[in-house]
Design a protein around this ligand. Structure first.
Ligand code: FAD
Length: 346
């Protein structure tokens, strides 16, 4: 029986990535290795050829736009495992392998009686990618429930544990999009689920659910069900219509800039932030430029939500990028705001 260090690496060649990205865009990996353990990753790093080659880290492919075949060796992260690490008076500390499905992890923590992740239900993708853009939805960001993570350096093979302060979390951002981009593989993430649990309800669509149902103090399961129902009603299911969720970040502007826009467009959807700046709804800006439902080639803007770009069938990554640029230009032309894409463009 080969042991972990001597077993042959499962190297695959010519792998079609269409089903490995939620946009359903065409691309082929010349080399792909599935990583299910630290030992498997170290064998790639120590490999005479693969060790030196550039690497691309792939989770669930739900925040990626492939415009070409990746030149790098694709590492498909499949590290499994869910466990309770520690029961503290103030929090449950739960650990999940990077390759676990995020939504299933949220559902699992709830089933165990450890709530806290319910507002982040139904976000596609893997656990390992959640810190990369500090995923967020319905008033909760990953950083609000984050404890620590283990990351393996792709050059040295060294494993390091990082706490929140070293991850530099910000709105849809972290150190993994900057200094550590592509440099390390997140292998495990630990979450601190606060005790006692308190619902996070200050989001318009959740307040609407409370009014509709008459439930003013929902439990975590109810909140989970509400978030799933809201998301199913407004976002396209990638299994049916290829997409990567919100295509642009909501831009943050100064109060003066916001006042200027309100002067011209009084209906602009905006949210004042604690630091005095103002977040604008990117979807509203795109809709105001008349893009909802429009297409460029086989890429289009989702009919129900202008922030989501979709694959209308057989689109290429180039078509998606052309559409995204046209939207950026018209939003800049009308509002003077540069929209920044959320997904990673390869
Ligand atoms: C329908 C839909 C709805 C969505 N809604 C939301 C939402 O509400 N909020 C939100 O924040 N996002 C949302 N997203 C975006 C996406 O689901 C998240 O960004 C998710 O965390 C991406 O996970 P993934 O495993 O698919 O990552 P991938 O797309 O595979 O990778 C994304 C980036 O992370 C890197 N990466 C992946 N795994 C690792 C790892 N283990 N170690 C180091 N780097 C890694 C990749 O190299 C890449 O740069 C949505 C997407 C879709 C399709």
């Amino acid at each position: 029986m080969p042991n972990a260090s001597t077993a042959a690496l499962p190297i695959e060649h010519g792998v079609n990535l269409r089903t490995f990205n939620s946009f359903g865009l065409p691309a082929t990996a010349h080399t792909l290795v599935r990583i299910d353990s630290d030992a498997a990753l170290r064998r790639v790093i120590d490999h005479p050829e693969l060790g030196r080659a550039p690497k691309f880290i792939l989770g669930g492919g739900s925040n990626i736009v492939f415009t070409r075949d990746p030149e790098a060796v694709v590492l498909k992260i499949e590290v499994r495992g869910l466990r309770l690490v520690q029961e503290r008076p103030d929090a449950w500390i739960v650990e999940a392998g990077a390759g676990e499905n995020w939504h299933d992890t949220v559902a699992w923590t709830l089933a165990q009686g450890w709530p806290g992740l319910e507002n982040l239900a139904l976000i596609p993708g893997s656990v390992g990618a959640t810190p990369v853009q500090n995923i967020g939805a319905y008033g909760v960001e990953l950083q609000d429930r984050f404890h620590s993570l283990d990351v393996v350096d792709l050059v040295t093979g060294r494993s390091v544990t990082l706490d929140a302060s070293r991850c530099h979390f910000a709105y849809r951002d972290s150190v993994f999009k900057h200094d550590l981009a592509g440099k390390g593989v997140i292998m495990r993430v630990r979450f601190a689920l606060p005790r006692p649990w308190r619902p996070v309800l200050g989001y318009l669509e959740l307040e609407r659910k409370m009014q509709e149902t008459g439930i003013t103090a929902p439990d975590a399961r109810t909140l989970f069900d509400w978030v799933c129902a809201i998301r199913r009603a407004k976002l396209p299911d990638p299994a049916v219509i290829g997409n990567a969720g919100s295509f642009f970040k909501n831009p943050v502007v100064s109060p003066e800039q916001c006042r200027d826009i309100i002067g011209r467009d009084p209906e602009v959807v905006h949210y004042p932030l604690p630091d005095g700046s103002v977040k604008l709804a990117a979807g509203w800006l795109i809709d105001a430029c008349g893009w909802k439902g429009k297409s460029v080639g086989r890429a289009g803007v989702y009919e129900k939500q202008a922030l989501v770009l979709v694959n209308r069938g057989g689109a290429s990554g180039a078509e998606v990028v052309t559409l995204a640029r046209a939207i950026q230009e018209s939003v800049y032309g009308r509002f003077g705001i540069r929209l920044e894409p959320e997904p990673v463009v390869v």
